[in-house]
Design a protein around this ligand. Structure first.
Ligand code: ADP
Length: 578
């Protein structure tokens, strides 16, 4: 019996059932008091038509009491019901964020940030309006209608029949319009997502847009999308603009019928002036709720359209999660790729990779861009998932480890560093809430960023990003390395994490790292032979296959890709010295 489109809200509605119950009670009281008004006025009219003014003061007092009583309960209704809608919005927003956090990285590669933001803001408000005003006005309309109807029938069943004669027309209008509003609003929200995504990409890519002098072009493109958004919004406005008058017209038609037939009844003496007045007043009272119905349909349709959009996110399953039987396990650090094949959407990127990195050793990976290096290392902390049994840690398939324990044991420094708009201290201690100052300094020292940080006026308390200092690419990378080291990981993975620092700094960091990573496993990707030459073993990846594997000297002896790379870089260095 519960509308299917609203089903996702059921748990939330249940949570606040007592609040809604209190709200409903207030709705009954508000309208229960309100329906007395036409009765009092009707009485007064009857008295007046008999030239009796003795009770006028009493009627005035009653009307005042009705106004005050109704006002109080109306206030309470709003307070309770609108309050609940804010509470549910709060819960929904938390749940949405929690769910978004649980989704895998690949989700964010498939969806635009602006679109997600639009849903989390605009659509959430539309759902709130559904839970607050829409429910409140609907309850009001139903209760008032029922109350007024009872009195109207008791006054004259015949006139009541005329009142509701145009009702089928209204219901057809409502049905048709409702669907239209739903569809149009969905189209509006989709456009709003596009606009948000474009704006967000322009802010994130501010540097690029300026470097390529794309401001004008972007402004024009934005304007075009904005225009489309307005065009779609105006279509809805036009529809709404017609809905209200249509509803009013149907009520107006009813009023004409009642005046016509009711007037005759009065003249024939079958109904007295007071009762007829009361009847008309009930009709007037229904005017606003019926108009509100138009507004409610709008809110309801917007709300369900938006709920559908939010639900799309909520139904997204995290692709990477704990398998049944996965456990928290200690990790020693041996990594093995066993007959590993990997594809992105059917496009094979890695072919039959067989590699074993003994615990405590280091492996360097070199190879041309696009050869699959990043993909390979991403499979270890399960940023993407390889097929079961193809990636093993300590001889055990990685899916047997809980995702959290696996990732806790790995210090991962991706190619693109991301720092939060927070203090450097927090950026380094990310995810290690127990980190002491000394541990933060040590990690910074090991990543050769300590001296830089101490040169900032606020040192470790310096804010990074929008409201603080701007770090250079190399500083960011070293901060990211410190972040990986502070977790004291059994496995350290550096994906070209030193590309923005000069060779000397790189040597310094690597020397430090060798000490820090004693007895731990390190995998690092680099383009510089000087970086990789000291690794225990070096793998050359080409077209998704391991084509060379061995120590620096062994690979040089092969006289192939690695030795070419070595000779080329040696030549570059010599030329640089000239
Ligand atoms: P490398 O790190 O050696 O430059 P990558 O592992 O980044 O190589 O990429 C290997 C191949 O996989 C490339 O052809 C790239 O286009 C493709 N690729 C990388 N990431 C994705 C992804 N998320 N979706 C689809 N294809 C991808």
């Amino acid at each position: 019996m519960f509308p299917k489109s609203l089903r996702p809200l059921l748990p939330y509605l249940k949570r606040y059932r007592w609040g809604y119950f209190a709200g409903t009670l207030c709705v009954f009281l508000t309208n229960g008091i309100l329906v007395l008004m036409p009765l009092v006025i009707g009485r007064a009219f009857n008295d007046l038509s008999h030239r009796d003014s003795s009770h006028m003061l009493l009627y005035a007092g009653l009307l005042l009491a009705i106004a005050v009583g109704k006002g109080i309960f109306q206030f309470l209704t709003r307070w309770i019901v609108i309050g609940i809608s804010r509470d549910i919005e709060f819960d929904l927003r938390n749940d949405l964020f929690e769910h978004l956090e649980s989704l895998s990285y690949s989700y964010y590669q498939r969806h635009r940030t602006g679109d997600i933001m639009a849903r989390a803001t605009n659509d959430l408000s539309a759902v709130r309006n559904l839970l607050g005003p829409a429910i409140m006005y609907t309850a009001n309309t139903i209760v008032l209608m029922a109350g007024a109807l009872a009195f109207m029938i008791s006054i004259s069943p015949k006139l009541t029949f005329y009142t509701f004669l145009p009702l089928p027309v209204a219901s057809i209008v409502i049905q048709y319009w409702g669907r239209q509003i739903h569809d149009r609003f969905e189209r509006i929200q989709a456009m709003f997502s596009d606009i948000s995504a474009r704006a967000q990409e322009n802010f994130s890519g501010a540097r690029l847009v300026r470097a390529y002098v794309q401001e004008e072009a972007e402004i024009r493109a934005f304007e075009a999308e904005n225009k489309e958004y307005i065009r779609r919004s105006l279509k809805l406005v036009r529809l709404m603009g017609m809905l209200w008058p249509t509803l009013e017209l149907t009520l107006g038609m009813a009023m004409v019928l009642v005046l016509w037939f009711g007037g005759r009844e009065v003249l024939l003496g079958r109904i007295d002036v007071g009762h007829f007045t009361s009847f008309l007043l009930y009709m007037m009272q229904l005017l606003w709720p019926v108009i509100a119905l138009g507004y409610v349909i709008n809110l309801f349709q917007r709300g369900t359209a938006s709920l559908g959009r939010l639900n799309e996110i909520m139904q997204e399953q995290p692709e990477i999660k704990d398998e049944p039987g996965a456990q928290e396990r200690e990790i020693e650090g041996e990594i093995e790729f066993r007959g590993l094949n990997f594809s992105y959407n059917g496009a094979r990127v890695l072919h039959d990779v067989n590699l074993r990195v003994p615990a405590g050793s280091s492996l360097a990976i070199v190879g041309p861009t696009g050869s699959g290096k990043t993909t390979l290392v991403n499979l270890v902390p399960r940023i993407y998932d390889a097929e079961p049994g193809m990636v093993l840690i300590d001889g055990r398939p990685i899916r047997e480890y809980s995702v959290a324990s696996l990732r806790r044991s790995i210090g991962f420094v991706p190619q693109e560093t991301f720092l939060f708009s927070d203090r450097i201290r927090e950026n380094i201690a990310l995810g290690v809430s127990s980190a002491t100052d000394a541990e933060i300094y040590d990690a910074a020292e090991a990543a050769s960023i300590a001296a830089d940080i101490e040169s900032f006026p606020e040192g470790y308390d310096a804010l990074v990003g929008e409201r603080g200092i701007t770090l250079s690419g190399g500083q960011k990378q070293r901060t990211a390395i410190a972040r990986a080291l502070i977790r004291n990981p059994r496995i350290l993975i550096l994906d070209d994490a030193l590309s923005s620092v000069d060779t000397q700094t790189e040597d310094k960091i690597l020397n430090h790292l060798r000490d820090v990573m004693q007895g731990r496993t390190t995998i690092f990707i680099s383009h510089r032979v000087s970086t990789v030459r000291n690794a225990d073993r070096i793998a050359v990846l080409h077209g998704g296959r391991v084509v060379e594997l061995g120590t620096h000297d062994e690979l040089l002896a092969l006289n192939s890709y690695y030795s070419d790379l070595y000779n080329k870089q040696l030549l570059e260095e010599e030329l640089a010295e000239v």
